[in-house]
Design a binder for this molecule. Structure first.
Ligand code: 5RP
Length: 220
């Protein structure tokens, strides 16, 4: 699938999300190219959103440019809705996220939100997670230790060299994981010393998937 075709489907899913947002809402906003289309759609519909909680510095820049006030999550008593993309998703709403490296703040905002709507193009809807390498944010001094721990589990972690997260950490992209039980693996990996966040979103899955296709948007 060409980038342009994928972009058209991402844009379709992003625009469909607008229908799920009550006018004047405060919502969490994820990170990535699909979310960029979503922010463009918000900018074209002023008043739809009163303010937003951002999941990354990149998203904050886009929200600022769209004239949408960005709030600190700590200043809110609750957050009704979070909109974000994903790298892979299953029909059980389990996700791999972190291709853009923003997984830690994304998972925090998703955890805080009452409802999480995930917007993807159809190429990301899979039967089993794991073809996309699983991003894990790690404390820099623990990187080699975690490489050994993950290799001992039969996986192939690759350091995303030259990339530093918004939190000052490193990313390991973990290839070759058989993700038969996403919530169990998420819990197991999260316990390893030096892991900041695992890009599996299974314990707090999405509540709804909006999947952009050639024909339109499918709701899963
Ligand atoms: C960023 C993410 C993104 O949601 C994910 O990488 C999908 O990105 P895109 O919409 O550009 O395909 O998890 O950390």
């Amino acid at each position: 699938m060409s980038a342009t075709m994928a972009d058209a489907k991402k844009r379709r899913a992003a625009e469909a999300a607008l229908e799920h947002i009550p006018a004047g809402s405060v919502l969490g906003v994820g990170t990535g190219s699909t979310v960029r289309f979503f922010i463009e759609a918000l900018a074209a519909n002023p008043g739809q959103v009163r303010a937003a909680v951002s999941s990354s510095n990149a998203t904050t820049t886009l929200l600022d440019a769209a004239g949408i006030p960005v709030l600190d999550l700590n200043d809110l008593a609750d957050l009704p809705l979070y909109i974000d993309g994903a790298d892979e998703a299953t029909r059980a709403h389990h996700l791999i996220k972190g291709g853009g490296g923003a997984l830690t703040r994304e998972k925090i905002v998703a955890a805080a939100a009452a409802r999480f709507i995930c917007i993807i193009d159809e190429s990301k809807l899979v039967g089993t997670l794991g073809a996309f390498p699983l991003p894990i944010e790690v404390i820099p001094m623990a990187r080699r230790l975690l490489v050994r721990e993950l290799e001992a589990r039969g996986a192939r972690p690759v350091w995303r060299q030259g990339f530093v997260t918004d939190n000052g950490n490193h990313i390991l992209d973990v290839h070759g994981l058989a993700i038969a039980d996403p919530p169990a693996l998420e819990g197991e990996l999260a316990c390893l010393a030096g892991v900041v966040m695992v890009g599996l979103f299974a314990r707090r899955p999405a509540d709804l998937l909006l999947v952009g296709t050639d024909q339109g948007v499918i709701t899963v």
